[in-house]
Design a binder for this molecule. Sequence first.
Ligand code: ZN
Ligand code: ZN
Length: 137
Amino acid sequence: MNFIYKGSCLCHRVTFSVNGFSEKAANCYCTMCQKFHGAAFGTLVGVKGLVWNSGYDLLKHYKAHNGTIRTFCKECGSSLGFRVKNAPIEEIELAIATFNDAIPVKIDAQIYTRYRSNWCHLQSDLPVFKEGRTAPL
Ligand SMILES: [Zn+2]
Ligand SMILES: [Zn+2]
């Protein structure tokens, strides 16, 4: 059985569905995630079988100074996704909080915690990486 998981932006004009996820995902405290999501950290997840059901023409893509690309809804501003430099839209990682219902993803790490804001506390039950996953505490 192939489950379908649906998500959307805040204004619901952009909607999408996927049928699978990367098994693990990290809460990322890097400065760019903080700015992009307007939050203490961003959580993005790799997806399988992505279909844009509506609003594909409302997607706006921002290329940052390091070449990474962040995608958002140009109507409501919702932060939707992230791509590494030069990656096509098909390889987008989606902001996990844009899914409508429960999804089978386990957060297994906290990364780029060096950039964490003073007012936000890390979770005590997850591994901490000051930079990316390859650079442990
Ligand atoms: Zn929107
Ligand atoms: Zn980040």
